[in-house]
Design a protein around this ligand. Sequence first.
Ligand code: M6R
Length: 611
Amino acid sequence: MCGIVGYIGQKDAYPILIKGLQRLEYRGYDSAGIALINGDTRTYKTKGKVSDLENYCEGKNISGSIGMGHTRWATHGEPNDVNAHPHVSMNGHFVVIHNGIIENYGRLKSRLKTRGYNFKSETDTEVLANLIEYIYLKGKVSADVAVRLALTKVVGAFGILVACKSENNKLVAARKGSPLVIGVGRGEYFFASDASPIIEYTDSVIYLNDNDMAVVTKDSLQLMTINNDKLEPKIQKLNLDIGEIEKGGYDHFMLKEIFEQARSINDTFRGRVSFDKQSLHLGGLYNVTDKLVAAKRIIIIGCGTSWHAGLVGEYLFEELARIPVEVEYASEFRYRNPVIYKDDVVIAISQSGETADTLAAIKLAKENGATVLGICNVVGSSIPRETDGGVYTHAGPEIGVASTKAFTAQVTVLTMMAVILGEKRKTISQEKYLKLIEDLTLIPDKIDKILSYNEMFKHISEKHKDSENFLYLGRGFQFPVALEGALKLKEISYIHAEGYPAAEMKHGPIALIDENMPVVVIATHDKSYEKIVSNIQEVKARKGIVIAIVTEGDTVLKDIADYTLEIPEVSEELAPLLTVVPLQMLSYYIAVLRGCNVDQPRNLAKSVTVE
Ligand code: M6R
């Protein structure tokens, strides 16, 4: 939710900021702006994308070796030029960019108004800029002290960069709840919401923790807490390849990421599947294995696609390890006073590791004494730092807003966990344990095989791109996949889509079915196969259009369904890793054919760091 980038050094800041904003645009893209400092301070901002900002800056003075940039996902105030960041304080002393929400902005704004401040925008960020300025002028303190004191008065989440007109050789950075990374170069520093804008300049980074603040000139960095305790910066090495964050010849990041899934799942396996395929090891769980094995209950929390992965996890843990599982939306869990026992194991799933609701749910679980584990993709993000243990998915950077390879990597990790637990709890036989490991390692090649049916995905998409509604049905392990398929379609193509357990169709959704309704049914060979064939018959009897995801060689459904999309033979427990792939491809092509912006769908952002 909003991307921030900054530079202080000897180079021209402008190209570094623009490139950085392009990398962060997945975080928000309704308006963008920059501030450049070169003796004087200039801000340029506009509604629209980073490319609109570049056009806007053409012919303007873009000099300056200090600067900051912002790409916005609106929270307070509609997307327009005025609400775009940076925000300049009323008397022009401070320039601020911000990712997060100042929850008490209303009260702070009223107080500042009584002290003569007026406001141009509707944003909470302008309130912060004015608060900093008020403290600076009234208290006659330095810029960094003013920032620090202002932050002690703020309730909410922030990742901020601040520049001061009269102390124009430094930038002040601070974070609470919204991520901020500082890249350390020679005589220069870089700032960003994630490491992607920094990687081509330096691999030495400092991840700010909550309540950290850094005062940075081109030659120095002082780190402290917002309460003014001095801190020693901890420089870490980045393990990220520039190729991973570029499109690599694909039209969209989403397509690239779908096609990367064989590779990303192999990366998830790396170092975890033994060379002889006889055992699985998840190093991040070593110190909590006993708790997991003894767990009376697992609670899985997440949002969106990560929640869907959690639902697959429920089927896996219950089937293979016989541990009862509850799957909760993090946003519901955190506010509904849930019953949490000390011997519960809570697993938080998140691609970004920064989702605000998931972080708050983790906090609640910890306060209640549960053991909390994370399954995250972004290394060094907040969730892995807040949890007692966990597993990185290692899917590599996911830039497309629609989550694809992160989902299959999350499900891969959950499968490995369930298989390990099943073996340790003796709820699966040794033979089944070995078979599941063997079958898991075959998944990447099977995904590549499914992706070779590209023309079929395009053909079906062409035929049904203009439908107004879609229904997705699945049973058992395939029910969460049906939900995920519906989410993929609606978020990038804006077609209304619903996912249902197939048997529930009779309890309402069947009323929607007519000759205009495409129904995507996951009908692979498993114990519900006969039942789902009956569900398909029920759809056909009402003239619905059936797109069936079937197991290779299925002849029954070839005769009944309007279209069949095949997946290779696979055990029931691992099938979600394959059946989701055709659904991702259908969504992708339908969205492209409808002229939608696949990687940056309207109203969405990749990482939801506000509640
Ligand atoms: O980073 P997270 O996995 O915590 O994000 C959760 C959701 O915001 C995310 O999965 C969202 O639903 C995706 N856009 C789905 O494609």
